[in-house]
Design a protein around this ligand. Structure first.
Ligand SMILES: [Zn+2]
Ligand SMILES: [Zn+2]
Length: 286
């Protein structure tokens, strides 16, 4: 609602000043952000049950477990199952109590969208944040310009030309920019590290343990097994070709999903995997 009111105010201001070019840019960014907002919600986040059908569609396998054994780098002896869903719970999946289902590569449950952010809508979520930030920055530039012109005219003519509503708009836009900068920056940081919000919390737990171990005089670098380097990590979420990074059609989503076996298996960093396995064997990691 805030965004809608921000847009309406700035749109009116621009029209008042006959600034149609800026209004068009705002309108474009607004419609795009709104479209992406619903694109995060409606195509869904991807559940093991729904994506299993897509995964096996063009294969000779009838069970996901057989497919995973055949393609996994791990030596699997047993699988995790979710009792609530009564279905397989692949690596990086979590059961969301609010959505009442398991979510593939669950990032977090987002109250602003009232859905989970998972394997299928992660890229759209990132794009939504980026375009919303651009939208807010455009509003800020517009309102700042009007306030600046108002101050300039006031000093020349003596009469106050600065409108309170535009000062208020500038203030609100500043708050939005700061908030969105933090959210967007943190979300992009996680994509570049190939870590979900849930995993980053688990890594934090492990790091606390690492500090304990360091206090005992042992230095341990844990790393994150899915971290393949910034560029590879970015491509895994946003697409393999640069022009795919701003696309969010279903075909692009399918291409991205295929690189992670629809969210059932993920490429791992062999070096980090070996290091963590060694720590596990030595009882230094839980
Ligand atoms: Zn579940
Ligand atoms: Zn959820």
């Amino acid at each position: 609602m805030f965004t809608v009111s921000l847009f309406s105010c700035t749109g009116c201001v621009n029209l008042h000043y006959n600034d149609y070019a800026h209004t068009k840019v705002l309108l474009f960014l607004y419609v795009l952000s709104l479209y992406l907002y619903f694109n995060v919600i409606f195509p869904g986040y991807g559940t093991p049950r729904s994506e299993a059908i897509n995964l096996l569609a063009n294969t000779s396998y009838t069970k996901v477990e057989d497919y995973i054994i055949a393609h996994s780098k791990y030596k699997l002896s047993n699988f995790n199952y979710c009792e609530a869903c009564n279905f397989l719970k692949p690596e990086r999946s979590h059961h969301c109590k609010t959505c009442n289902t398991c979510v593939l590569k669950m990032d977090h449950h987002c109250p602003w969208f009232a859905v989970c952010i998972g394997i299928k809508n992660h890229k759209r979520f990132i794009l939504f944040l980026i375009f919303s930030l651009m939208f807010t920055i455009t509003i800020w530039i517009d309102s700042f310009r009007h306030v600046y012109m108002g101050i300039k005219t006031t000093s020349q003519e003596g009469n106050t030309k600065v409108q309170f509503k535009i000062c208020y708009l500038l203030f609100i836009a500043s708050v939005f920019i700061l908030t969105l900068l933090v959210f967007t920056g943190y979300s992009i940081h996680l994509v570049l590290k190939n870590t979900t919000t849930i995993e980053s919390m688990n890594i934090q737990d492990k790091l606390e343990k690492k500090e304990l171990l360091m206090e005992e005089g042992r230095h341990i670098d844990l790393g994150h097994i899915y971290d393949l380097g910034y560029y590879e990590n970015w491509k895994q979420v946003m697409g393999h070709k640069w022009y795919q990074w701003v696309m969010f059609g279903e075909n692009d989503n399918i291409k991205i999903l295929s690189s992670t076996f629809n969210g059932f298996l993920f490429p791992v960093n062999d070096e980090i995997l070996e290091r963590q396995q060694d720590l596990l064997n030595r009882g230094l990691l839980v």
